[in-house]
Unconditional design. Structure first.
Ligand SMILES: [Zn+2]
Length: 595
């Protein structure tokens, strides 16, 4: 009896295995939407699609920090897979990314189904008419391998899922500009090789409860080229919004609330900094669509809505591919053009809280309760009681920091971590052939301050103030010259202008310049300070004034003597000096790197 039952059991396993082998049912579908695919399942399914269809090319773009392959699938109607060939064919290139936060699993499951429905069932084969797809089913493969039921405390399924960060505990969706992870290095190489015309990143949001199953964000706040902004706002979004309405997937712009958790306090939207995916593609002149499904809706509904929006987006790109490609071409040329550098460039934006529009927002009723456990406010939502609120939506942003763009930046070669990353971003770099004196603008920082704890593994600089001055500076052979007459000019400015929200000064790439490396001995400085006062009586008055204004200073012998030290010729002139120079005159750049 025992033998018979184990035989039957083995037969059942065998049958179900072989059924799965020939089936194109995804793990999501097989579980009726309760489960998501594991890394092994994503890889197996993706490879099988590529082996079955001549239209699909499976490529590994890199290896994660934890040692796992990150594949993309290139899908083209005639099986083209080289970027130059695809460009020449006239297709729009659409990059669709899942699993940057693998716990937010809809993108992974929707991508597997959509790839199949394009090339295997051919239900959506027509999407290949004018579009070549690059599917990145899961970007954060390490995160997906940390698979378990307890990774997303607020979220309604799937039963098990991946983890938000990679195996270094870094969030890839803060890493687009600083590029610390091997995953991002791989992504940036792929992105600058392909330069996709349109990008979609699939997520799940946290926050208050409301009726919408899906929210989205695009950079339509004036930070992008005006024609590109108009195309997103007036053409792309109305099309997909209409399609989502008809197919009954409730969709609304991605908003936060003026008071966290409290929709009736008013809605807010604004531009994304380039540490985030859609903020990053924006400074590359490429539209990015951020999908944020709502975590309290079932995984099945979220995935179906994501799938629908991917299909409608691809449908729209198929309708008029030439128009988008032309707008992108003009935007790239505009960014590289001298006129772009004539105007002050808004490197930082802020929301304009004085201006809002009234909108209808499909929320749910909720109570705000005084918690007897914590004393805080506790929001109890009632999804069974839908209600439409008339709410103010603050969706206007204005520039808060403007900078003058140079003709080129020059970076001494010892800052190779920065230079290397610029190259990863697709920036063209030339190198100084001999030591040269160049007229540049430089910045000297004052009052630097840093965050108290690590953020994304770095100590960020939170007070960035400087004085700009101009001087002739000797730059050594091998210094990197980053000419601004290229399409990546906004990427360059966002990396090198210290006040940009994700500048490399902010992220700490230059933190060593703020360290004092030589110190005076007390017995030397006590004597020297007296000699200095004797030689310059006004110094005594300045010293007394400083003591009066700054009580901490007046209590610190070291601080006071260091103050005198800073006024001697022994003081390090390079301390607090930004080593990056801004070359202001075109003729100075043109002579620099021609052999
Ligand atoms: Zn996310």
């Amino acid at each position: 009896m025992k033998h018979l039952s184990s035989f039957i059991f083995a037969a059942i396993i065998f049958l179900s295995l072989s059924a799965q082998e020939i089936s194109w049912t995804t793990p999501f579908e097989a579980s009726m939407g309760l489960q998501t695919a594991t890394y092994a399942e994503v890889i197996e399914y993706s490879k099988r699609i590529a082996e079955t269809s001549p239209q699909v090319t499976y490529e590994v773009i890199g290896i994660s920090a934890g040692g796992y392959e990150i594949p993309i699938l290139i899908i083209n109607k005639t099986g083209l897979s080289a970027p130059a060939d695809v460009r020449a064919s006239g297709d729009v290139v659409m990059l669709i990314e899942g699993g940057i936060h693998p716990g937010e699993a809809e993108g992974i499951d929707a991508i597997l189904m959509l790839m199949r429905d394009i090339v295997i069932t051919k239900e959506y084969e027509s999407l290949l008419n004018n579009v070549t797809f690059i599917f990145l089913p899961v970007f954060n493969v390490d995160g997906l391998n940390r698979f378990g039921p307890y990774n997303r405390i607020n979220q309604n399924g799937p039963e098990e899922m991946g983890w938000r960060a990679n195996s270094q505990n870094l969030n890839l969706n803060r890493d687009f500009l600083k590029a610390d992870t091997p995953e991002m290095h791989a992504w940036l190489k792929m992105f600058s090789t392909w330069l996709p015309d349109f990008f979609i990143d699939c997520h799940t949001t946290d926050g208050a409860d409301y009726q919408y199953v899906l929210t989205y964000a695009m950079e339509v706040f004036g930070t992008m080229d005006p024609m590109l902004t108009r195309w997103q706002k007036r053409e792309f979004l109305p099309y997909v919004q209409g399609k989502m309405d008809i197919s009954n997937h409730l969709m609304f712009p991605y908003v936060s609330f003026r008071r966290w958790h409290d929709p009736q306090s008013g809605l807010r939207s604004g531009p994304a900094p380039p540490r985030l995916s859609q903020g990053y593609t924006a400074i590359q002149n490429r539209p990015g669509l951020l999908i944020e499904t709502h975590m309290l809706k079932p995984h099945k509904d979220r995935t179906e809505a994501t799938y629908a929006l991917l299909v409608y987006s691809a449908e729209f790109l198929n309708r008029n591919p030439e128009k988008l490609k032309l707008i992108l071409k003009v935007a790239d040329e505009t960014t590289a053009n001298a006129a772009f550098r004539d105007r002050p460039y808004p490197i930082r934006w802020t929301r304009d809280d004085s201006d809002s529009v009234m909108v209808e927002f499909k929320g749910v009723e909720y109570d705000i309760i005084e918690s007897d456990l914590t004393g805080g406010k506790w929001f109890q939502y009632h999804p069974e009681k839908p209600v439409t609120f008339e709410l103010p939506w603050f969706n206007r942003s204005v520039p808060s920091v403007l900078v003058d763009l140079p003709e080129a930046y020059i970076i001494p070669q010892q800052w190779y971590e920065v230079i290397y990353r610029l190259a990863l971003h697709g920036v063209e770099i030339n190198y100084l052939l001999e030591d040269t004196d160049i007229w540049v603008e430089q910045y000297r920082f004052s009052d630097p301050k840093w965050g108290r704890g690590p953020y994304e593994g770095r100590f960020t600089m939170n007070n960035i103030e400087y004085e700009a001055f101009r001087d002739t500076v000797s730059f050594l052979k091998g210094s990197a010259i980053v000419d601004m007459n290229q399409r990546t000019a906004m990427v360059i400015a966002n990396i090198l202008e210290p006040k940009a929200p994700d500048s490399y000064v902010y992220w700490g790439f230059f933190s060593a310049i703020f360290e004092q490396k030589e110190y005076s001995e007390t017995y030397v400085m006590e004597e020297l300070a007296r000699e200095m006062i004797e030689a310059d009586p006004e110094l005594q008055a300045e010293f007394e004034k400083k003591k009066e204004e700054d009580p901490d200073f007046s209590k610190s012998q070291w601080g006071m003597l260091n103050w005198f030290y800073a006024k001697t010729p022994y003081w390090d002139e390079k301390k607090n000096l930004y080593p990056v120079g801004k070359i202001l005159e075109r003729q100075d750049v043109d002579g620099l790197y021609f052999e």
